[in-house]
Design a protein around this ligand. Structure first.
Ligand code: 5GP
Ligand code: MG
Length: 172
């Protein structure tokens, strides 16, 4: 695998887009206290930056779903960690790093729906619509990207590269 030195998305681009999304979310949830449910581990960094830009008193919780080994989707999704607090009657914003086939996110959304939240929306930093197998649409999308494998800003390749402040592509 070869890591591209040239970022696909720079830290400045990411920061500016997150500020825009945070404004939209803050407007929509004015007067309410939504719960951000970040999907571990990839979305941790996005959720942290997004949350600090919100002007509404959001809570933070986490869910974990596992579906990937290396770059190949196994097609199966297991929820391995659940939000600590009850989401019943809460306004839930699921925060994802990337929408690929849609399997992971769809399993996460199904799991959260079972808790009867007052409302449920999806906010993803990246979307690869060309790869979709399960129909999932995000309410907030940072960037639509081509069918590339990306790392950085929380996204890993076998646990590496999450610390990059920008997003880069990894090629065969
Ligand atoms: P899906 O279930 O939508 O196919 O896959 C979603 C998960 O696969 C993401 O949460 C992420 O963990 C992983 N994934 C999908 N595409 C990429 C990618 O381009 N880069 C990295 N690092 N992970 C990806
Ligand atoms: Mg993920």
């Amino acid at each position: 695998m070869r890591l591209n030195e040239q970022p696909l998305l720079t830290a400045a681009q990411i920061e500016a887009r997150i500020a825009e999304i945070a404004r939209e979310i803050s407007d929509r949830y004015a007067g309410r206290d939504p719960v951000l449910v970040a999907v571990l581990k990839g979305a941790a960094i996005f959720a942290a930056d997004l949350m600090r830009r919100l002007t509404v008193p959001a809570c933070l919780d986490f869910i974990r779903a596992r579906s990937y080994a290396g770059t190949e989707s196994q097609g199966r999704v297991r929820i391995t960690f659940l939000p600590e607090h009850s989401l019943e009657g809460r306004h839930v914003i699921v925060v994802e790093d990337i929408l690929d086939t849609g399997r992971t996110t769809s399993a996460v959304l199904d799991c959260i729906r079972q808790q009867n939240p007052a409302s449920l929306v999806l906010c993803t930093l990246l979307d690869k619509p060309a790869r979709r197998v399960v129909p999932v649409k995000a309410d907030y999308t940072g960037f639509r990207i081509d069918n590339l494998f990306v790392v950085g800003y929380g996204l890993d390749y076998d646990e590496r590269y999450r610390h990059f402040p920008d997003i880069r592509t990894l090629e065969e």
